[in-house]
Design a protein. Structure first.
Length: 193
């Protein structure tokens, strides 16, 4: 009986370790710097990587062009080294598609450990009306697949983001709220008197 309990515990531990290792797999994610703006405002994002070592790589970023306009300002992070800037690719392919690629050159790996490391950043102008939103989708690019130091393809996990145009609170709500507070104040004063 005790032996089967130990085996069950070992199996459960193995499953948990596998689940944890999958959740800690190589990742490229879109992280908001400021993901919400009114029409005409700017939303900004950073692209971050973790848990992989690569020598070449690229990704595609897409969004809803009726909600966001790309500002043409993708910039690689200054600390992203080793990187051969001669081979950097920032290709705005359509109103809703951006391809980004880079290489380290000379086969030297660029290491992304468990702490997310910034690859680059970019911004968009919000053109959608109040209440509109756009999912920012990130995925493999046809340019150059992510490859490790042995030039083997890396299976990347991608995490997207969302940009929103908040619905403003109407002025009538503010007026109603202040009027309600005034009535509560009058009622308290009458009760004290």
């Amino acid at each position: 009986m005790k032996k089967s309990g130990l085996i069950g515990s070992l199996c459960a531990g193995t499953v948990l370790m596998l689940a944890f290792s999958v959740s800690q797999a190589q990742t490229v994610a879109i992280n908001p710097i400021s993901a919400s703006a009114s029409t005409g405002g700017t939303v900004s994002f950073s692209i971050e990587g973790s848990d992989f070592a690569m020598v070449d790589g690229s990704f595609d970023l897409s969004w809803d062009a009726s909600v966001l306009t790309y500002n043409g300002d993708f910039a690689f992070d200054a600390g992203l080294t080793p990187r051969d800037a001669f081979f950097d690719t920032i290709d705005f392919q359509a109103p809703d598609l951006l391809s980004v690629g880079w290489t380290t050159g000379f086969g030297l790996p660029l290491v992304f450990d468990a702490t997310p490391r910034t690859i680059g950043s970019l911004s968009f102008t919000m053109i959608g009306g109040p209440g509109s939103s756009s999912t920012l989708t990130i995925g493999d690019s046809a340019l150059v697949p992510f490859t490790d130091a042995s030039f083997n393809p890396i299976t990347m996990n991608y995490v997207g983001g969302v940009a929103t145009n908040p619905v403003p609170v109407p002025a009538a709500a503010w007026l109603f709220g202040s009027g309600l507070l005034g009535l509560v104040g009058v009622a308290r004063r009458n009760k004290v008197a």
